[in-house]
Ligand binder design. Structure first.
Ligand code: MV4
Length: 451
């Protein structure tokens, strides 16, 4: 087992990884920019190294600075966390080339799943259900018209180098198709330096459901059920829940088995998440994330499995000690992302935390690096805390979540706490009756009422 792990990340996820290491008796190295010198994970780590000025490109994305920090501290392995370099295949390869263990998948799998067309073709070949569409990239208008005839309208044109909602254009009929194709290619070229696009049938009211998996690279793959991440605004998740209110036991087992069989065939290693659109009882693959995800704690809450500990054990070459039959799903969990943003305008709200009190009690977890006197920097994403609440039923979880949000004190910056308090009172949400477009409508129609 590793003696020392360098955590190549910041904020709440760096603290989360530090906690798993500490419980495993593994020493931790925190890296930080000059803006994060007072961060909680830096305070708690066994060692810390300043890797650069605030800008991410000069610090948390600075591969050579991170590798140098690993060298001078004698780290055995590097955990990339989420975001930053966590899905950078070149970084994963460099880590291994420099003699450290990358706590994550093999670089070739990171690269494969980072190319949206190659990922879709690989997923299809592994038996994962796909959205009907083109077989790879579409280059000419004639080809686009043929694909659309086969697939049917409305059609979605997606940039191969896109992802996260960037570079998508809808065509509702043939008259709109060629102009949409031209615009999509032009915008993709401008945004990603690559004008390649592919086509899919457009699903108009899907849910966004993702399946969490763990694979040890020795042939054992298990799934930890699904997470419903449909409540997003401009592709930013705000609240996630597990299990999805839309799935029953059979649907859960069916998609779980398809995913684990596929990842066995691929020879995947580490934690991974397969993202689906779910509409009319059918799953359609959209992307695979080859990293730990922000919302992983709700899967931990309903299974009792520490995903970061399992990632570390897998990276150390230890076969999975749990098998699918050991996994018992228990209760319901919801995660609220607490962002330092105005709850109506979503404008970032960095600043000094003048007072902080985290809720507690049975079934309440807060993952955050905040403390009274901490200054939320303006250089990074606005996530400052995750409130994860578990209950034996969804109703119990909702009641507990309402109580925990009332207890949560964060003074000095604006936060999304009032938005969550409004959201969990909405009848559609209480009924679990929402799709990927619901939150934007909710915010647009009820925004500004933060009382
Ligand atoms: C789609 C779709 C509808 N139909 N594909 C957005 C980002 C990327 N993950 C894929 N996305 C979508 N792909 C087809 N064929 C709708 C979306 C989408 C979306 C997906 C998940 C969560 C939120 C979303 C918000 C807008 C659009």
């Amino acid at each position: 087992m590793f003696e020392k792990i360098l955590i190549a990340n910041r904020g709440e996820i760096a603290l989360r990884i530090h906690r798993a290491c500490r419980e495993m008796g593994i020493k931790t190295v925190a890296v930080h920019s000059t803006a994060d010198a007072d961060a909680m994970h830096v305070r708690l780590a066994d060692e810390s190294v300043c890797i650069g000025p605030p800008a991410s490109k000069d610090s948390y994305l600075n591969m050579s600075a991170i590798l140098s920090a690993a060298t001078i501290t004698g780290a055995d392995a590097i955990h990339p966390g989420v975001g930053f370099l966590s899905e950078n295949a070149d970084f994963a390869a460099m880590v291994e080339e420099h003699g450290f263990v990358f706590i994550g998948p093999a670089p070739e799998h990171i690269r494969l799943m980072g190319d949206k067309v190659a990922a879709k073709q690989a997923a299809g070949g592994l038996g994962i259900p796909l959205v009907p569409g083109s077989d790879g990239a579409v280059t000419t208008g004639e080809e686009a018209i043929e694909v659309a005839k086969k697939v049917g309208y409305p059609i979605l044109i997606k940039a191969t180098a896109g992802g996260g909602g960037r570079g998508m254009k809808v065509a509702t009929n043939q008259d709109e198709l060629l102009p949409a194709l031209h615009i999509a290619k032009t915008e993709a070229k401008a945004a990603f330096g690559n004008d390649e696009v592919y086509m899919e049938r457009y699903l108009s009211q899907p849910r966004h459901i993702e399946v969490q998996l763990l694979a040890d690279g020795h042939g054992r793959v298990i799934h930890l059920g699904e997470r419903d991440c449909s409540l997003q605004r401009r592709h930013q998740k705000l609240l996630e829940e597990a299990p999805s209110p839309a799935l029953n036991e059979n649907a859960r087992a069916a998609i779980g088995e398809r995913v684990t069989a596929a990842m066995k065939k691929l020879g995947y290693r580490s934690a991974g998440t397969i993202e689906f659109l779910y509409e009319n009882g059918e799953f359609f693959f959209i992307e695979m994330n080859t990293r730990l995800q922000v919302e992983h704690p709700i899967s931990e809450a309903i299974t009792g499995i520490d995903l970061v500990r399992e990632q570390i054990r897998i990276a150390a070459g230890i076969p999975l000690s749990i098998q699918q039959s050991d996994i018992v799903f228990s209760g319901h969990a919801i995660e609220c992302r607490i962002n330092a943003e105005h709850p109506d305008t979503f404008m970032p709200s960095p600043g000094l935390i003048s007072d902080y009190h985290a809720p507690g009690g049975l079934g309440v977890r807060v993952d955050s690096g905040l403390y009274s006197g901490y200054r939320v920097p303006s250089h990074y994403d606005s996530l400052i805390a995750k409130l994860i609440v578990h209950g034996q039923t969804r109703n119990e979880c909702l009641m507990r979540l309402r109580r925990a949000l009332e207890e949560f004190v964060v003074e000095g910056v604006a936060t999304t706490i009032p938005l969550h308090q409004r959201l969990i009172q909405a009848s559609d949400f209480i009924n679990g009756d929402y799709d990927i477009h619901w939150l934007e409508r909710f915010v647009d129609t009820t925004g500004g009422e933060t009382k």
